[in-house]
Design a protein around this ligand. Structure first.
Ligand code: MRU
Length: 356
């Protein structure tokens, strides 16, 4: 059972588990101002593509709830301003933009003629995004079961679990569901420099769930494949282009190359909200470059001499040719992804309409 929530709406505020403090401290922060939510996304209090999408949606709910606007036109204008601020928090994960666009589309409904109705609609849409995320993640886990051998050594990068989503997780959710379904899994967790989402966050989650795991340094993945043997690699995604090229945490590409060299299947797990069909290939995905400080220091300890330049790419793009399959909530996409991904996106939209 997940004993924590990365993100939770508590009636008057958005509550976020401060992921910067884990695993040493479990601290929850409450937000009532959407600007602070944007900042929390930027500072990585909350991180992981689906989680930042849901957080941004609740940021809009806060903007609506705490607005003094007297009419729907004024409130819609304020929501546009809030949406711009939230859109500027992080550039790579498309779930952020997807969630904001979805809430704004709901807010534009001409049937919403009072301020109260508009406020409620925005909150309802944010809640729907959060609830759908949990459903999607569980479905991803079950869809992946046939791909996971009964005894499996699985290599994982970054954190894609309950912390990176509203609950359950995508790639880590696959490991969790396989374990809960009785498969003998052992997860090898890349520590994931520089912010150590693998060692700080994924290990914290698997520890609580009692799932066997071992943390390795990022550079060890090839050696682990060659010596211990890995049955599959599974990673998350921040944006998947129409051709299947996938942006994910820096180091994912190296892992895919190592998997390719060793004949290990390389799976990407993500909800269809991470697929961006408007982007043709990985070359068009914006890659976040973060502060050098993340690399040069851990806390107050300096790791790089003053004066040595560093370049802190937060994400990389894995070309589709190294991806065995993309596992989503509505099914598994195989190459050619140009054909399989649009079908899955259409199927997900159809199912969502069926739910409304
Ligand atoms: O910089 P982060 O920690 O937000 O990066 C997270 C990742 O790259 C995850 O793999 C991705 O968002 C998928 S989370 C289900």
């Amino acid at each position: 059972m997940t004993t924590f929530r990365s993100i939770e709406w508590i009636g008057h505020a958005l509550k976020l588990l401060d992921q910067r403090k884990l695993p040493a401290e479990t601290v929850y922060l409450e937000f009532t101002d959407y600007r602070d939510v944007a900042d929390a996304i930027r500072q990585m209090v909350v991180r992981g593509a689906p989680a930042i999408g849901a957080a941004a949606a609740y940021g809009l709910a806060l903007a609506a709830m705490y607005s003094d606007a007297q009419d729907v036109q004024a409130l819609r204008r304020e929501l546009e301003e809030a949406a711009d601020v939230l859109r500027n928090s992080r550039p790579t994960a498309v779930n952020l933009f997807w969630a904001i666009d979805r809430v704004m589309k709901r807010a534009a409904d001409p049937g919403l003629t009072t301020v109260d109705a508009l406020r409620q609609a925005v909150l309802d849409e944010a809640n729907a995004i959060a609830e759908e995320d949990i459903r999607a993640n569980k479905a991803i886990g079950f869809n992946a079961l046939p791909l996971v051998p009964d005894e499996a050594k699985i290599l994982h990068h970054c954190n894609t679990g309950s912390l990176a989503t509203v609950d359950y997780g995508t790639a880590l959710g696959i490991i969790r569901i396989a374990y809960e379904q009785g498969k003998k899994v052992h997860a090898y967790l890349d520590e994931t420099r520089p912010r150590l989402q693998g060692s700080r966050l994924s290990a914290w989650e698997l520890n609580q769930l009692g799932i066997p795991h071992t943390v390795i340094v990022d550079g060890a993945s090839g050696h682990v494949m060659r010596t211990i043997g890995i049955d599959l690699v599974v990673v998350g995604a921040d944006r998947i282009a129409a051709n299947g090229d996938t942006a994910n945490k820096i180091g994912t590409y190296n892992l895919a190359l190592a998997a390719h060299a060793h004949g290990v299947p390389f799976y990407v797990a993500a909800p269809t909200s991470t697929i961006d069909l408007s982007v043709k290939s990985g070359d068009d995905i914006p890659i976040e470059i973060r502060s050098p400080r993340e690399m040069t220091h851990i806390g107050d300890i300096q790791l790089v001499p003053d004066g040595s330049p560093v370049l802190n790419f937060a994400f990389d793009v894995t070309p589709a040719k190294y991806i065995t399959a993309i596992i989503t909530e509505v099914g598994i996409a195989y190459p050619p992804f140009e054909e399989s991904l649009p079908k899955l996106v259409a199927k997900a939209e159809e199912e969502r309409r069926g739910h409304d």
